[in-house]
Structure formats: C-alpha cells, structure tokens
Design a protein around this ligand. Structure first.
Ligand code: ADP
Ligand code: MG
Length: 746
C-alpha cells in the first residue's frame, strides 16, 4: 500500500497539535491519527439550535444549558476580595439567532445607562454573563463592548435576571466552525490542559484528512452484513459527530451499531492475535521437538505423603486443582506442556497447591521456578515453604533483586549439584538466563501482575525441555472472557475457602469520623490485635501520595508510639522492606502503615484489622484483595473503609458492594462492569492490554462472536497469508501486535 495509513501519522503533525499538545495526547495513549480516532467522546451535546431570548428565559427556569447569539454591551471587572479575587460581568443583548453581520450592527442599541446587575433589573432582551475568576486575565479585553458572540452555558435566574456563569464564548464575526455549533457535538474526556473544545476542533479537522477517507474495510463484506454492522470508516465518523443522538441522561455514548462496529473490530483483532499466538507457541514447541517433562509413573503414595505433612486438610477445590495439574503433567499428555491458570479468591489457599505441584516436579529431578510480583511475597513464599516442608527447605532457594556474580555462581552450583531445585523470586529471575538447565515447571503467582512478555521470556530462556506453566490469580474473570484472553491457558477454579474461617466484618466510615476511628483502633490494639493502615499510591501523583503515607505514619506514631508503628512502601530499599515486614510478622510492631505493596499475598494471621484510607480511590477487586489481608487467623477480623465525607452515587454504590459481598468472583464481575477490563486488570502490567472501545460486560456477546469468527478464518488461512486477509492482518498487528508481543513475520 503506497499511501499513508492513519497509524503512520503522528499526532503531533496534525493540524492544531504540535509538540506541546502531543505530549498531553501521549498521556491518554494517543500517539497517531489512528489512536486519535479511537479516542471516543464520553457523551454528546445537543448544539443544533441557537435559542431565542424567550427560549433562554424558559430554559433558565430549569437551570438548563442555553446557546445563543449575543452582543456584548457592557463588560467590566472589579475586585471583590482581599486575595485578588474579582468578578467580571457582562451585559449581553440576546440577538435573534438568524441575525448576522450588518443586521447585528443595525439592531436596536442598548440603554447605556443600565446598571450592572446587583439589585437592578434589566430590560429585555438582556442577560448577564459572570466570571468569578479570570485565570487568563482580560476577558473584558478579548470581548469588548460591541463584540458579537455565540455563547453556551448553563443559565440560571438570579434576582429575576438570566445569568450564565462562565459561558463558552466564540466571536461570531467570522463563519462559525461547524464543530462548535449546529449539530450533536462530542464531549471528550479532558486530558490535562487539553479541553474538550480543543480536542473537538482537532478531531473535526483530522476527520477531514485523506487518510481517514481512505480507511479500508477490514471485515469480509459477507461477515459484516451478517453481523448487521456498518462500515468501519462511517462508524468512526459517526461516533465523533453523530447525525442522530438521543440523550439518555447517562454520560455514555449509545451502544448502537457504530460503537458495536468499532468494538467488534477491537475484539475481533484481539481474538485473531491471541489465536495466532497460541498456535505460534505450540508450533515452536513442536518444531524444536522439545521434551516435555512428565511422570511416567507416579508412586500412588507420594502425593499422600506430601499432603500428610500439611497441618490442615485440603479443601475440595484445592484437591481438584491438584488433580487437574496431575492430569496435565501425566504420561498421556507429554506432547503438550501444561498451561494452567488457577483462579481462587483471596485466602482460598493457592500457595499450597503450587507447592505440591513443585514437590512433584522436584521429585522427578526437574527444577521449579516460582515468580512472585513483589519481594515481600517472594520472601513470604520462601518462609512458608520452609515451614510447611522443613525437611525440604534446603532444596529451596530465594532469589531477589540483582544478583552479584558471586551469588549467581553460588546459586548455579546449588542448582546443578542438586542441592537446590526450587527457586523462588521476583522478575529478577527472568534476567538471569543461565540459571536453569532442567526447568520443569514455572509457577507465576498473581498472574495479573505479569505481562505476557514475561511469560514468553521465561519460556524462552529454557533449553532442552518445554517447561510446564502454572499461573495463579486471585482476580477472577468471567469464564467467557478467560477463554478468550487466556485462550492458551486451561482453567481451574477454587471456589471454596478453608473451613472454619470467620467472615470479615466490613464497615464504611467517613473521613470526618477520624477521631472516633483512632479511638477504636486504640482499643483494638489493647485487645492485642495487629492493624494494617493502607494508603493509596496512584501513579499520577505518586510523589504527593508518598508524602501522604509518610505524614500519616508520623501522625500514627504520635498516636500509638513510634516503636509500635511500622512504615512500608515500594520506594524503600529491599533490605528495609524485609526488616519492616519481619518486625510486623513477629508482632514487634503492632501497626503497619503501608501503601498497596501489601495488596497481594501478604499473610500475617495475627493482623485482624485493616483500615483502607481513601477507599474511593481503589478499584473493587483491589479493595477485596486488601481486605483479604485479614481474616486469616482464628479471631474475627474487621475491615474499615474510610470513604469521603460526601461521595457521588457511583462511588457510594461501589463502596456499598464491598459491604454486601465477600465473594471475590461477584466483586470482580461488578468491578469489570464498572471499570472495564483495562483498568480492572491493571492496564500495563495485566498481560491484557486495556480495551479502548470495547466494554467487556456490555460487549460479551460480541466477544464470543469475535472468537468464533477468528477461529473460522484461521481454520481456512492459519497464518493469514491470503491476499484478501492482508488488510485484516495489518489491522491486527496495528491494534494488538506491539502490545501482545506477537512475533509474526511479514
Ligand atoms: P491465597 O489463595 O490468597 O494465595 P494462601 O495460599 O496465602 O491464599 O493461603 C491463605 C492461608 O490459608 C494460609 O495461611 C494457608 O496456610 C492457609 N490454608 C491454605 N489451605 C488451607 C486449608 N485447606 N485449610 C486451612 N488453612 C489453609
Ligand atoms: Mg497468594
């Protein structure tokens, strides 16, 4: 193809963008013209009609948005407060919307003696604009008396005068741009300083470009017709500037055929990419004729032997997961290495399942590597293993951070001499490519934290054998989604929890009730309980949040005594983290002020109270994970969510779900519904890149269909080499290729 495609055009070269704005766009992952087209509006505004004065009066009575043409008759700014506060007011004569140019000039002149509003009344057809701040300065200079403007804003009646505060203004001498008025106009999510208005203008101009007019249809015509979906190009245009729109009161764009078309594109391309990747893996394994580790004979008593050593009986769910694993690695299945995902709610006991699998492998003389998302967790797994299987502890090796040459050498010799067979660590395991020579099993804990890239890396670094892969996650996703996303993984679900767990009592308190909370916590401490106090650490304002935790730590130290309160966050040195965690585990510190570094996996049974500050800033699944830090011992546990004093209905609804449910699966579904999978699974790290358009709960039907269609196409053309599939293949690579680490050639 000789002409440029929308993805070949960097956003900074678009009209009205430039390097500065391009930086803002990059924050929203908009890098190319194509990305821009996929940056869909949140909703639309009805800007079809300019209102007359009497319509404006009526609309103002219900505090509604108005739009009209007006002549500025008077405008002035005066200071109203000590700190440079000012009020700018304009008296505006509303003109007949049909009026333009000379007509405006010859319209009846205003009464020059009119007083500005406080107290007075204005004659028809005049209204007032007010600005309580003027950040740029000089509104009155930009819109001097005599200027004709098109205005838009929420109108209200104040002392029987129609007022519009902070109106959107556009000088109207020149032709009005079509993207401002005269139709249904998109409202975008603002990106930093990029207002919806600026984005709208850039979008309108971008849509006129040749590359957009030349966007080719990717779906085979027959399939598109069968699905009843409009062409891709038309859909993109309609989504930004629709010809029809029915306001629903909800701030979402309608899930009509245009949105479905683009969502289908996204899901279909994902399904294709995933299936291609899956066959790529199995092909490469077959090509290299790798050996797959398997048990020819498994002495029947051996599994029982491990289980007898455990201080508890396995739950039926744990047993079933172990059975699944045994089946995957047993003799009949030697052709294909295991690819299994174990899902189980927080506290359902996934670790021990992994350990049993590890022991089985180790006894066949294979090495086992277990990756945890944090050092704290790797540490804990190492300790747990040593505690549960003390006579095997010497075979287990903990690897963290960057290893020195000497440590590497030592680790390698321990492995090669068979002194160690089980390596537990973090991602650091990935960077050491020569540690293993007979790796039989890779265990990845809390899979949603790892990218696909890492999974492939791990698989790639072993030679000789194709190791089995066992992935564990506490973030359950609906089965149909799992099948699509983890098309390459089989699924075991642990639905039950160990018996005898006392349900956690969850409370929602308000920020303003802090004093009462502090008192209650003091009482909990007296009872001998240990407490987590969790503060959010979100990416955008990490520095500030970090201060927040540190300040909080200081405050709680003052409250409970510095020697009893520990502080833990991700920026600390690994040695310090370890020390803090150990002190808390040993009960030396009683309170742990922490960021979400404790979110996954951490297991301190004596900690029976968790307080989550700014609960509104966490996702539901994250709250559930955090809550899962308590309720692990024999005493009743409490989870206190500290919410904002005043919250909007969606926040309130979300927090309410936490009070109602303790079922991680239900919570995850709710969370998915509310946030969509991109956010839900943790954007970058998830291994599943976020969707830009599709919404997993809304589009679940489309997803199934996309999977079927992808299968059907690949059955006929397994590598998409046919000429009629070239457009499809290119689109797939554009959409998902880079993000899924596809290595397809040509
Ligand atoms: P998760 O599934 O969240 O990773 P863990 O593996 O950390 O859960 O297990 C949580 C706690 O439950 C641990 O203290 C573990 O020893 C304990 N546990 C695991 N299985 C059982 C069981 N069958 N009966 C009782 N306690 C168990
Ligand atoms: Mg765990």
């Amino acid at each position: 193809m000789s002409f440029k495609q929308p993805w070949d055009i960097e956003v900074k070269f678009l009209k009205g963008v430039g390097p500065k704005l391009a930086e803002f766009f990059a924050k929203a992952d908009v890098h190319s013209l194509w990305d821009l087209l996929l940056f869909l509006p949140r909703t639309y505004e009805d800007r079809r009609t300019l209102h007359t004065y009497s319509e404006i009066q009526q609309l103002a009575a219900t505090d509604s948005a108005v739009m009209g043409v007006g002549l500025i008759e008077k405008i002035s700014r005066r200071s109203t407060g000590p700190r440079g506060r000012s009020l700018t007011e304009a008296v505006v004569r509303v003109l007949d919307p049909g009026m333009r140019g000379e007509q405006v000039m010859s319209a009846p002149a205003g009464d020059p003696s009119l007083k500005l509003p406080m107290g007075g009344t204005l004659m028809d057809p005049r209204i007032v604009f007010t600005w309580f701040y003027d950040p740029g300065g000089g509104i009155e200079k930009r819109f001097p008396p005599g200027t004709t403007v098109v205005f838009r804003g929420k109108a209200q009646i104040f002392r029987s005068i129609v007022q519009v505060s902070h109106p959107e203004l556009q000088k109207s001498e020149s032709e009005l741009p079509w993207w401002e008025f005269g139709g249904f106009m998109p409202v975008y999510r603002e990106i930093s300083a990029l207002s919806t208005r600026v984005i709208r203008k850039i979008m309108a101009q971008a849509l006129g470009r040749e590359e957009v007019r030349l966007i080719e249809e990717t779906l085979p015509e027959s399939l598109r017709k069968e699905l009843g979906l409009p062409p891709l190009k038309d859909s993109l245009r309609e989504l930004h500037f629709p010809k029809q729109w029915q306001p629903t009161g909800e701030p979402v764009i309608p899930a009509g055929p245009y949105l479905q078309r683009v969502a289908f594109e996204e899901l279909f391309m994902m399904a294709l990419a995933l299936q291609l990747r899956k066959s790529e893996w199995s092909n490469s394994a077959a090509l290299q004729r790798r050996k797959v580790p398997s048990f020819s004979t498994l002495a029947p008593g051996r599994l029982q032997g491990f289980l007898k050593k455990l201080p508890f009986e396995l739950t039926p769910g744990q047993r079933a997961a172990i059975d699944d694993i045994m089946r995957d690695v047993s003799h009949e299945n030697v052709e294909v290495p295991m690819h299994r995902l174990v899902q189980g709610d927080v506290g359902s006991g996934k670790t021990v399942v992994a350990f049993v699998a590890a022991l089985l492998m180790m006894d066949e003389n294979f090495q086992v590597a277990m990756m945890a998302p944090t050092e704290i967790l790797a540490d804990q797994h190492y300790q747990t293993f040593s505690k549960l299987f003390p006579e095997r502890a010497h075979e287990c090796l903990l690897l963290k951070g960057a290893l020195s040459v000497k440590q590497k050498k030592e680790a390698r010799s321990a492995l090669s001499e068979g002194r160690a067979r089980f390596v537990i660590g973090t991602q650091a395991l990935l960077t050491d490519d020569t540690l293993f020579d007979n790796l039989g099993l890779i265990i990845v804990d809390e899979q949603h934290r790892f990218g696909v890239k890492q999974r492939i890396l791990m698989k790639g670094q072993t030679s000789g054998v194709s190791p089995h892969l066992l992935v564990m996650t506490a973030t359950p996703i609906p089965r149909s989604l799992a099948l699509t996303i983890y098309g390459d993984l089989n699924l075991s679900v642990i639905r039950d929890k160990p018996i005898g767990r006392i349900p956690i009592e969850t409370h929602l308190v308000r920020k303003k009730a802090h004093l009462a909370l502090a008192k209650r916590l003091a009482k909990f401490l007296e009872e001998g309980r240990q407490i987590y106090l969790v503060y959010p650490l979100v990416e955008e304002s990490e520095e500030m949040d970090l201060k927040d935790v540190q300040t909080a730590h200081a405050e709680w130290c003052a409250e409970f005594g510095a020697d009893r309160v520990g502080l833990l966050h991700g920026r600390m040195k690994s040695k310090d983290k370890e020390a803090v965690m150990r002190a808390f585990k040993a009960g030396e510190t009683r309170v742990l002020v922490s960021t979400t570094v404790i979110e996954v996996g951490v297991d301190v049974p004596n900690a029976s109270v968790i307080v989550i500050e700014h609960a509104e800033r966490f996702g539901l699944s994250q709250l559930h994970q955090l809550r899962g830090r308590v309720g692990r011992g024999s005493t009743k546990s409490y989870c206190v969510l500290v919410g904002p004093d005043k919250a909007g209905p969606t926040v309130e609804e979300r927090l309410q779900i936490m009070l109602e449910s303790d079922d991680g699966f239900r919570i995850a579904e709710k969370d998915l519904e509310i946030r969509g999978p991109g956010e839900f699974l943790g954007r970058r790290q998830s291994g599943l890149p976020g969707f830009r358009v599709a919404h997993i709960m809304r589009d679940i039907g489309l997803l199934e269909r996309a999977r079927e269609e992808a299968e059907r196409i690949l059955a006929r053309d397994p590598e998409l080499t046919r000429p009629e599939h070239q457009g499809l293949k290119e689109m797939m690579q554009r959409w998902w290729g880079g993000r899924m680490e596809l290595t397809l050639s040509g």
